[in-house]
Each structure stands twice: as C-alpha cells, then as structure tokens.
Design a protein around this ligand. Structure first.
Ligand code: PFF
Length: 461
C-alpha cells in the first residue's frame, strides 16, 4: 500500500483541490449538467411524474451513492488517472481502465457540440432576439443543418472549457466551480419561483410531483426503473473515470462519505428543481397537454423558446435560463476534458498545457463528426443512428454499464470492499454506509447493470 500511495499522495496534494468545499462543488459541477436540466424533466414527465422521482431518489441514495463513493475512493487511494487507477488495483483489470477512459474521449466532443448549441441560444436570447428561435422548430433545424455556425459555436465552447482546464485543478476548476455553482443554484431557484407563479402552473406541478398510477403495470415499472437507472449514471457522471480523476485530487483528510452525500443532494436537487421550471412552464404553454413534454431532445431547443415567447418577461427568463444551462454544461465538460487530460499527461508524461492541446485536437476532430452528422453528412447513419446519437448510445447504454458492472465485480469480489472502506476511513472516524456499499457492490449493482444493458434490446422504452 505504501508503494502504491507514497509518491502519489504528494502529487495529488500539489495539484489537487485545496478544500473540501472546492472538491464538492467541482464534483457537483460535473454531475449537474445537461442531464439534469434537459434530460431529467422530460424523463420524469414521461415515466409517471412522482413515481419516477421516488424511484430516482431511492436509487440515488443506494445505488448511485455506492458507485460514486467507490469511484472517488479508487481515485483517492491510487492517486492516478483512470487508466493508471485500474492497473494499480489489479493488473489483470488494466483493460477496464482503457475502456473507462474511452468513454470521456467519446463523450467530451459531442457534449461540446451541444454546449455550442446552448451558446448559440444564449446569444440569441441575450441579444433580445429570442422570438426568432420560437416557431415550428425550423430555427433549430436550420441552425444545426448548416456546418459553419455550429462549428464556430462548438469551437468557442471548447476554448472556454479548455481555458479553465489549462489553469489547473485549484486555479481553474476549483475556482470556477466555487463561483459558478452558487450562481447556478440562485438562477434555478429564481426561474423556478417565476414559472411556478404563472397562471395554471400548479396543474403542471401536480402532474410532475404526484405519482400517476394510471396504466401502471409491472412492465411500466421495469421500464421506469431502467430509465431512472440510466439517468442516474448519466447525471452522476459515473463509469467514465470522472469521479476517479476528481477523487485523485481530493485531500486525504477530507471526509469522503459526507462529500458524496452533498454532491448527491446538489445533483438530485437541481434535477428536481429543473423539472419544476420546465414541466409547469410547458404545461401552461401547451394548455395542459402532457404530450408537449415528450419532445425529447427538441424540448430545450424547440419547445422552450416557444414557452418563453408566450410568457411575460420571457426574453429575460429565456436569457437567464440559457445562462443557467451554459453554466451547468461548462462545469460538466470541464470535468470530462480534465479526465482526458489526466489520462494523456499520465500516459505520455506530458505537462498540463500540451496534454490539454492534444485533448482539444481530439475533441475537434471527433466533435466535427457530430456537427457534420447533422449537416453535410446527414445521410450517413451508424446502425440507424445519427453520429451524435450513436456516440451517446454507445457510451451511455453499452460502455458505461459494462464499466460499472466490471468495477463492481472487481471491488466486490476480487479485491474486496475493504479496499473502499479503508480509504473512506482515512478522512473519517466511521463509515456509516459500509454495509450498504458492500451489499450494493456485490449483489444489487451488478444485477442493475445487467438490467440496463439488456433493457434496450428487450423492451422499447
Ligand atoms: N453529469 C453530467 C450531465 O448530467 O450532463 C455530465 C455528463 C454525463 C455528460 C454523462 C455526458 C454524459 F454522457
């Protein structure tokens, strides 16, 4: 153990987070992203409102909690990036580190493409021309259907992300998270209060919060659980090396268990609040038609501009909303990029700036595939998916559950959960959830992973 930890602790200390709150805000910043604001509300509305929320929260405090604490503990104990971390635990599992590392390499580019779309909408609303984005959706399809503009916004977004990553963990990531996260919370609460006071909004709040047991069968229950589990992964930035990387920068003396609880409260809280913004607002706009919420990805870029257009003060609310989305997306893409940078710098013994430049290069090349997939190359599909959707499906539905499944088996059965317990006890007197984590890693999580992996192939969600 001393061999594994000795030198690395000092490296982690040198370039790591300077405080527990800094770590918690950065990790929460990673977790709170497009997933919370755009994906969670429409999934909740689709899968029975309150039932989905309840299942989600139960899964978050059991399954999500156990996986997050495991990843952060692995990171802090090994002090390494994702590839090095799995190798340090067990050489035979080195391939798992490589598989986990491929996830952020594939996600960062397309996440930055969507980040570019958010910047475009932010610009439109801030310059007072939000009305242009309202209508039948042609604004959005015309925008992503061209190559030049989405490329420019994509590049601006990457530069913003890379600028923070280049400044380093403490000077860049920690500092920006300490500023952005409180702003994000204030904006979410402020916009939420405004939309809930709109005439007719309470119907939407009820629709969102109260469980809808109508037509609730065992099959719908399974689908809801699978959707909630998938969302949890996405939302908590699990199984993609992010939490391992951030864990490697965490101070030994900081309490791990309570940090994970705080990150979870942040993540689930913002997701639930985002639903309180979006569901009632769409409800009011559509005259109570729940179908309007099923717009999927189009919800944020097509439905919401119409909602803002129809609202008093909609331009300002729209601008504030897209600032909120941009902040949420940026803190997430920063963590995605940092994970790739840490892998490159460790593997090739490079300093931060060159590693970051290489990462940007990879992101630009792969991201352009997603940009072109909607414009010049929109006839090319992979297994019926458009390029961006393919990367999303491959990572979220296949690679991440496999990484999580094998991580549970590695820790649960090969090295034993004491590996995690010892690390938690470095910074705390006791580990309250010790038994929970053991049961989750050994029995529940592996079964959940298998459910996530097979569900898309057995039932249509
Ligand atoms: N957790 C972040 C979000 O909810 O948006 C970041 C993220 C997770 C991005 C998973 C992409 C992804 F596939």
């Amino acid at each position: 153990m001393s061999k594994k930890q000795g030198g690395e602790i000092s490296t982690a200390k040198k370039s790591g987070f300077g405080s527990k709150i800094g770590f918690v805000l950065a990790a929460a910043g990673s977790a709170v992203g497009l997933g919370n604001i755009w994906r969670f509300p429409y999934l909740a509305a689709k899968y029975g409102g309150g039932i989905f929320l309840l299942i989600y929260v139960i899964l978050a405090v059991t399954f999500g909690f156990s996986l997050m604490i495991t990843e952060i503990a692995i990171g802090r104990r090994t002090g390494k990036s994702v590839i090095g971390a799995y190798k340090a635990i067990d050489k035979r599992f080195s391939f798992l580190g490589v598989l986990a590392a491929m996830v952020p390499v594939l996600i960062t580019p397309y996440y930055c493409v969507i980040g570019g779309w958010v910047l475009k909408y932010l610009t439109v609303f801030v310059t007072g021309s939000g009305s242009a984005a309202a209508g039948d959706g042609s604004f959005f399809s015309n925008f992503i259907g061209t190559t030049a503009e989405p490329t420019v916004f994509f590049l601006i977004y990457i530069v913003l992300t890379a600028a923070v990553v280049m400044l380093g963990v403490q000077n860049g990531i920690e500092r920006i998270s300490k500023f952005m996260m409180p702003v994000l919370v204030v904006l979410t609460i402020g916009i939420g209060i405004y939309t809930m006071t709109l005439d007719g909004a309470m119907e939407g709040v009820k629709y969102y919060l109260l469980p809808n047991f109508e037509n609730f069968t065992f099959q719908t229950f399974l689908k809801t659980v699978a959707a909630a589990m998938g969302q949890l992964f996405y939302s908590m930035s699990l199984a993609m090396g992010i939490m391992i990387t951030y864990g490697s920068y965490m101070r030994k003396e900081d309490a791990l268990e309570s940090s994970v609880r705080q990150i979870e409260i942040f993540d689930s809280g913002i997701a639930i609040l985002a639903g309180l913004i979006i569901v009632p607002a769409v409800f009011v706009f559509s005259g109570g038609n729940a179908e309007a919420l099923n717009a999927g990805p189009g919800l944020m870029f097509i439905t919401l501009p119409n909602v803002f257009e129809s609202m008093a003060g909609g331009q300002i609310i729209g601008a504030a909303f897209f600032v909120l989305v941009a902040l949420a997306a940026l803190t997430s893409s920063i963590s995605l990029m940092e994970t790739v940078v840490s892998i490159i710098s460790e593997k090739f013994h490079l300093k931060r700036i060159p590693s970051c430049l290489i990462t940007v290069g990879i992101c630009v090349v792969l991201g352009m595939l997603s940009v072109l997939g909607y414009s010049a190359w929109d006839t090319i599909t992979i297994f019926g998916y458009q390029m961006l959707d393919f990367f999303d499906f491959l990572t979220n539905n296949i690679m991440m559950p496999i990484v999580a499944l094998l991580t549970c088996l590695l820790i649960g059965y090969v090295v034993g959960t004491k590996y995690i317990e010892d690390e938690v006890l470095c910074g705390e007197q006791k580990f309250d959830a010790k038994l929970l984590v053991k049961i989750m890693l050994r029995f529940v999580c592996p079964v959940c992973m298998i459910i996530i992996l097979i569900t898309p192939f057995v039932v249509t969600l």
